[in-house]
Design a protein around this ligand. Structure first.
Ligand code: ARG
Length: 575
């Protein structure tokens, strides 16, 4: 609950109960009814009194008048009744004291909760298919997934981030065939994942003319499944090359994983699942394939085994979920993929439920909208993709050019260019609600004007620079939290923005929506920049003003930094 709601809710509940002459409302219930007015002239929080109409059996305006008449709350400087609304104005000095005091005390922990204490969440995200290019279509699962992990951890959950690599399947048969026919050790060593992608594309081209290649590929994969030494060595090598490539991108994003157990890890765990499904009489044979009928739940059947007995994507997911439950004893398992996989997850979640596992309810699919490029579907085969690596390189190059022009002597400028360039792309992506389909526009992703990553990272650097110029240490600043008497509108907007953080964090987690944090960052950065432009900080009229504004700057720095962490944005102290 924000300070604004907290300051009002209890006293208001007591007041209403007294008027009703019964215990109808509690503080928490009332806090739910409070709203934030669209502008400061209407107060800091407001109660729309139509929500009390049933209890009072009177029109909202009369209710508002009755509550307002002779009512006062400590810490609230004014209460007014307007058109059926009660508007509450917080005493600014009181609010400033409380909020800045709390931020300076808790620093980057401000806004965190311990709701998840003792609970474990496993998050399955990023999970690219080995030897396929890592492109902008993977940005969503990677940054949404990691932000959710950060959000869970910030709220006290024990988190396990899993990269469920697509490292098993007939595509490895294809790669092995293509490598032996058209590839060489030298070319793969030289070009890494690009060579693998080229081999894969070549295979498909050749197989169009010569379908026998498909049979050869299947045979090589079967050999791999049976542990053939040569094929296993090649397969491992292909995976290592792919991971090395992904790691570069993950490092730029500041992302790491706790587990890299991919699909192959579950290949020997599938027969037991199939057995269990049989035992529980869930499976039936349909045209030679083994399926689970889900028509009672309005879904097409879940496919467990192909006609040739090989297992399928849902089977592996079921095996993985059982393993993770036993291994991590998770309280929740979160899967982040594009919305195109919604049916897949709904189906196999249902199967786990039908198997009798009550924890099926703890399986959560977090989908996101599709990404298109130039208005068209992404497609590796036609080349309508942008590799993440190339996108990041372009962004970094663009930032470097700006730095070289404006601040050529900046220390550590390569790293800063990387942090800001990558940050621009991430911020652009996370600015949208996750379910929104995105038409990726390169120029927008690389734009530095307006509400962008570089703008907020620049604001962070600005707070750092004010603080370092002030010459004050953390302990000095903490003492400045006790505020002065008159707080200007610009200062107060920053305080209000700071006060909103805990609630935004809670909503972002509850809705699995990192974009709420992105938008919050913009609100706070905008408020701080307005304050910075309108008020003098280090050259303020007197010591009290100056100290207060330094404290406000320090609080802004902590909260921006904390929010950056949550959405994989680097904290740039200098730009
Ligand atoms: N490798 C899959 C793909 O690229 C995503 C895996 C998502 N996670 C899962 N447990 N199914 O489409």
């Amino acid at each position: 609950m924000t300070l604004q709601k907290h300051a009002v809710a209890k006293a208001l509940a007591d007041r209403i109960n007294a008027l009703l002459e019964r215990e109808e409302y509690c503080a928490d219930g009332l806090a739910q009814m409070l709203e934030y007015p669209p502008n400061g002239e209407m107060g800091d929080v407001a109660l729309p009194c139509f929500k009390l109409a049933k209890a009072f059996r009177r029109p909202p305006a009369a209710i508002a008048e009755a509550i307002c008449d002779g009512f006062s709350i400590s810490g609230i400087s004014k209460i007014e009744s307007v058109n059926g609304y009660l508007n509450f104005f917080i005493d600014r000095t009181y609010a400033a004291n409380k909020i800045i005091g709390e931020v300076l005390e808790r620093k980057e922990k401000y806004g965190a909760s311990n709701e998840g204490e003792g609970k474990t969440v496993v998050l399955d995200y990023s999970s690219p298919n080995v030897a396929k290019p890592f492109h902008i279509g993977h940005l969503g699962t990677t940054v949404i997934g990691h932000s959710l992990k950060k959000l869970f951890a910030f709220n006290g959950y024990n988190c396990v981030g899993i990269n469920y690599l697509g490292d098993w399947g007939t595509q490895f048969g294809k790669l092995i065939v293509a490598y032996r026919k058209y590839g060489s050790k030298e070319m793969v060593e030289k070009d890494g994942i690009d060579a693998l992608v080229a081999l894969y594309v070549r295979f498909h081209k050749e197989a169009e003319a010569d379908p026998k290649l498909e049979d050869e590929a299947r045979a090589e994969f079967t050999k791999l499944e049976h542990g053939d030494a040569e094929n296993t060595a090649l397969w491992k090598w292909f995976i290592d090359i792919s991971i090395a490539e992904y790691q570069k991108t993950y490092r730029q994003l500041g992302i790491d994983f706790d587990s890299w157990k991919g699909e192959s890890f579950y290949s020997d765990k599938m027969p037991a699942v199939v057995e269990e499904l049989k035992e529980k009489k869930l499976m039936k044979i349909d045209d030679g394939a083994s399926i689970i009928d889900l028509s009672a739940y309005n879904m097409p059947p879940c496919l467990i085994l192909k006609r040739d007995g090989s297992s399928l994507y849902p089977t592996r997911d079921i095996a993985a979920a059982l393993y993770r439950k036993n291994h991590y004893h998770f309280d929740r398992a979160v899967y982040v993929t594009s919305a195109g996989q919604c049916l897949h997850f709904a189906q196999w979640f249902k199967v786990v439920e039908l198997m009798g596992y009550d924890w099926a309810k703890d399986l959560i699919h977090v989908p996101y909208g599709t990404v298109s490029l130039n208005g068209e579907k992404l497609a590796t085969r036609t080349g309508n993709v942008i590799l993440l690596r190339d996108l990041f390189d372009l962004a970094i190059e663009k930032v470097s050019a700006v730095i070289n022009e404006k601040n050529p002597d900046l220390e550590n400028k390569e790293q800063i260019a990387e942090d800001v360039g990558v940050g621009a792309v991430v911020f652009y992506y996370l600015s949208n609600n996750r379910m929104k389909d995105i038409n990726f526009v390169m120029d927008d992703a690389l734009s530095f004007d307006g509400n962008t990553g570089p703008y907020v990272q620049y604001t962070y650097a600005r707070t750092c620079s004010v603080l370092s110029k002030s010459g004050c240490g953390e302990d000095d600043i903490k003492k400045f939290a006790s505020a002065k008497a008159d707080i200007s509108d610009d200062e107060y907007e920053v305080i209000k923005a700071l006060s909103m953080y805990p609630e935004r964090v809670a909503s972002a987690l509850a809705e699995f929506e990192p974009s709420l944090i992105t938008r919050y960052i913009l609100d706070l950065a905008t408020a701080y920049n307005r304050f910075y432009h309108n008020e003098k900080i280090l050259t303020a009229e007197n010591e009290e003003q100056k100290n207060f504004r330094i404290a406000l700057t320090a609080a802004t720095k902590y909260v921006l930094g904390s929010a950056f962490e949550l959405i994989c944005l680097k904290k740039t102290e200098k730009i």
